[in-house]
Design a protein around this ligand. Structure first.
Ligand code: G3H
Ligand code: 13P
Ligand code: ZN
Length: 315
C-alpha cells in the first residue's frame, strides 16, 4: 500500500492506549529488521530519517527503500523527517514524498518557534502532509541538535495550548526527562520522567497526540555483549520500559527509538566477529545485525508500545 500519514495511527493509538514506534533508519538492514518485525507482529510503523541519515545515505536511496518496504509488507508505513531544522528542508522532503515532517524550532523563544512552525504547517497541510513540532529542550546529542544537560528544559504546560492552536500542528513533542543517545541517566541515580507534566499537557490538549523523543531503553543485556566483545560503553543507561508503557497508555502516541537499534546492531556485529574472525562478507555480519534489530523491535511492539496486531485499524 502507498505510504500513509500518521493521522489514523494517532487517532487509534490515542483512543486505545498504545503508541506507534518511530524508528530511525540509515540503511537497508535497519529498514528490513524493523519492517520484518512489524510484518511478524502486524504493526503499523513510522520510519524516520534524520539530517544525519540524509547525509549518510542520501534521502532518495532511503525513500526508495522505504517505498519498497511498504510495497513488500502491505503495512501502513509513515515516512517522517526527524528533527527538520528549516522550512526549506521540510519543503524538500514534502516535495519528495515524505508523508510527515518534524520542524524542530524548540531552541528558539516561543514566538519564533511559533512563527517558524506555522510556516511549515501551512506548506505541509497544503500538500496533505502532517507536522510534528517541539516545545521544551531534550538533553543529549544527535547530528543536528546538541543540548547539554544544564540547558535541557522541561516543557511548560502553560505554553502548549497557545503553541498548538497558533501553529496548527498535528502532534507535539514534549520534554519530560527523556534525552537523546545511550547515556540518559547518571549511574546510581533513579531514572525519572515527569509524568505530572505529561498529565498536565494532556489536560490542556484533550485528544491531542503527544510524542516522546529520546525514548530508547538501552537494553543492559546488549550493552553487556558489546562490553564483553571489546566495546566500551560503561554507564550506558536508558528509559525504563515500564515508564514508556505507562506513557503510551496516556497521551503519548509516538515513541522515538534509535539508540536501541544501534546498540542491538553493534552487539550482534561484535559477537559475530568474535565467533567468526575469518568472516569478511558483509552479508554475514549485517545479516546478524538485521536479525538483532528485528528481535528488539518485536519486543518493543509487543511489550512497550502495545501496537502489535494494530496494523489493520490504522489503514
Ligand atoms: O534524535 C535523533 C536520532 O537519534 C538521529 O540521530 O542525527 O545521529 O541520525 P542522528
Ligand atoms: P534515542 O536516542 O533515545 O533512541 O532517541 C531517538 C530520537 O528521539 C530520534 O528523534
Ligand atoms: Zn529526537
Amino acid at each position: 500500500m502507498p505510504l500513509v500519514t500518521s493521522k489514523k495511527m494517532f487517532e487509534q493509538a490515542y483512543k486505545n492506549g498504545y503508541a506507534i514506534g518511530a524508528f530511525n533508519v540509515n540503511n537497508l538492514e535497519t529498514i528490513q529488521g524493523i519492517v520484518n518485525a512489524c510484518k511478524a507482529q502486524n504493526a503499523p510503523v513510522i520510519l524516520q530519517v534524520s539530517a544525519g541519515a540524509r547525509k549518510y545515505a542520501n534521502p532518495t536511496y532511503l525513500q526508495h527503500l522505504i517505498i519498497a518496504a511498504s510495497e513488500e509488507t502491505g503495512l501502513p508505513i509513515c515516512l517522517h523527517l526527524d528533527h527538520g531544522d528549516s522550512l526549506e528542508l521540510c519543503k524538500s522532503c514534502i516535495e519528495k514524498g515524505f508523508t510527515s515532517v518534524m520542524i524542530d524550532a524548540s531552541k528558539y523563544p516561543l514566538d519564533e518557534n511559533i512563527r517558524i512552525t506555522k510556516e511549515v504547517v501551512e506548506y505541509a497541510h497544503d500538500h496533505g502532509v502532517v507536522v510534528e513540532a517541539e516545545l521544551g529542550k531534550l538533553a543529549g546529542i544527535e547530528d543536528a541538535v546538541k543540548v547539554n544537560a544544564k540547558d535541557a528544559m522541561f516543557t511548560d504546560p502553560d505554553e502548549v495550548y497557545e503553541f498548538t492552536t497558533k501553529t496548527g500542528i498535528d502532534s507535539l513533542a514534549i520534554a519530560i526527562g527523556t534525552s537523546h543517545g545511550a547515556y540518559k541517566f547518571k549511574p546510581g541515580t533513579k531514572p525519572q520522567l515527569r509524568f505530572d507534566i505529561l498529565d498536565e499537557v494532556a489536560k490542556r490538549l484533550p485528544n491531542f497526540p503527544i510524542v516522546l523523543h529520546g525514548a530508547s531503553s538501552v537494553p543492559q543485556d546488549l550493552v553487556a555483549v558489546i562490553n564483553q566483545y571489546g566495546g566500551k560503553m560503561p554507564d550506558a543507561i536508558g528509559v525504563p520500559e515500564d515508564m514508556l508503557r505507562q506513557a503510551a497508555r496516556m497521551a503519548v502516541c509516538k515513541i522515538n527509538i534509535d539508540s536501541d537499534l544501534r546498540v542491538a546492531a553493534t552487539a550482534a556485529i561484535r559477537k559475530h566477529f568474535n565467533e567468526y574472525p575469518d568472516h569478511f562478507d558483509p552479508r554475514q555480519y549485517l545479516g546478524d545485525a538485521r536479525t538483532a534489530i528485528q528481535k528488539v523491535v518485536e519486543h518493543k511492539l509487543i511489550d512497550v508500545l502495545g501496537c502489535a496486531g494494530k496494523a489493520d485499524e490504522c489503514r
